[in-house]
Design a protein around this ligand. Structure first.
Ligand SMILES: O=C(O)C[C@@H](O)[C@H](O)C(=O)CO
Length: 271
């Protein structure tokens, strides 16, 4: 199995709390991004002390309450299935704070982390705050929900987006990378991709490759998998008949998404 592909590995940590994914700086090649998927049964709670990390809590499906012990946000979450394709609610919690998530109904929650020192206010990011973007043409169409884009200064490092790619289309395409800390030309942002497909027996292909091909892996990605992108180009191809979703978390030394297209394929944008 590739070091860049993680299968769901369900682990009941306490009653009603199942850790499905746990990507950390210790168990991956990443330094700036950590990521968890947690399933909660109705009434179950999951709590964490953040120390020197910031966290964006995304209510992927189901309803949850979230508190940082000062502010409490009730009944977050807008969808039963990710493929209702509507934005959802999230909460940003800064370093040196704690949070607790309580499930109102069966819920799947994404926890997106990055190292952080400077404390910022906790922020509710409502579904209606998400900028919805339709990008691309021909077979390169995708819809983006901007949860924490670089235009929103609510976080120190984290960038979080949801991307829907229709059947037979491509996203993160033409291939681009952001693995050089060389602004204003390019920023360095590591990434995780949490993938789902509709219907769920589908698969997509994600290729991660660098110019020198020191990384060059094309992965078959199935429903619920996580792909880790330490660097390199990272296009996603979706077979006919299936819709793809991914939650994309990015972080690096500077909170700017400045990518560089693969010069071999940049012509695609000229059409
Ligand atoms: O295809 C898109 O527009 C989404 C991607 O940009 C994705 O978020 C990504 O590649 C981030 O670098």
């Amino acid at each position: 199995m590739s070091k860049l592909l993680r299968k769901p590995n369900k682990n009941e940590s306490t009653q009603g709390v199942t850790i499905v994914h746990d990507v950390t700086t210790e168990n991956s090649l990443l330094k700036y991004v950590e990521f968890k998927i947690v399933d909660l049964a109705p009434g179950a709670t999951y709590a964490e002390e953040l120390a020197k990390k910031e966290c964006c809590i995304v209510a992927l499906t189901g309803k949850i309450h979230v508190t940082d012990k000062e502010a409490t946000f009730k009944n977050l979450g807008t969808r039963e299935s990710i493929f209702e394709k509507k934005p959802t609610d999230s909460v940003y919690v800064s370093n040196d704070r704690c949070f607790e998530v309580e499930a109102v109904s069966q819920a799947r929650v994404a926890l997106c982390y990055s190292p952080s020192e400077k404390q910022l206010p906790t922020k509710l990011i409502r579904a209606s705050d998400n900028g919805v973007e339709h990008r691309g043409k021909y077979n390169n169409k995708r819809m983006v929900h901007n949860i924490l884009p670089d235009s929103d200064p609510s976080a120190n490092r984290l960038l979080v987006v949801e991307v829907y790619t229709e059947s037979g289309n491509w996203s993160s395409y033409p291939p681009h990378k952001h693995d050089q800390d060389h602004l204003p030309q390019e920023s360095l942002l590591e990434e995780t991709y949490y993938h789902e497909m509709d219907p769920p027996q589908g698969f997509v292909f994600q290729r991660i490759y660098t110019d020198d091909r020191s990384i060059d892996e094309t992965m078959t990605v199935e429903n619920g998998d996580v792909v880790i992108v330490p660097g390199g180009y990272h296009p996603v191809g979706v077979p006919e008949g299936y819709t793809s979703y991914y939650l994309n978390v990015m972080a690096g030394p500077t909170r700017i998404w400045k990518f560089h297209n693969d010069p071999d394929h940049a012509w695609i944008l000229e059409r």
